[in-house]
Design a protein around this ligand. Sequence first.
Ligand SMILES: [Zn+2]
Length: 65
Amino acid sequence: MTEAGQTATGGGIDQNRQAVMHCPYCAEETLFPIEGGGWECRSCRRAFSVKFLGLTDPGRHRGEQ
Ligand SMILES: [Zn+2]
């Protein structure tokens, strides 16, 4: 994991430090953070959160190409 994507977008969103760029439902970019964690899409009116599940093993896909 790199720190390259770390930006100072203000505090309060420690849970998901990376900003979501596109709505996973309608793919619009009209996402705004919700108080308490999560995002709301103002195009499709959906609210959602992104959950970090853990790190994947980079060697897992080796040889699958
Ligand atoms: Zn949407």
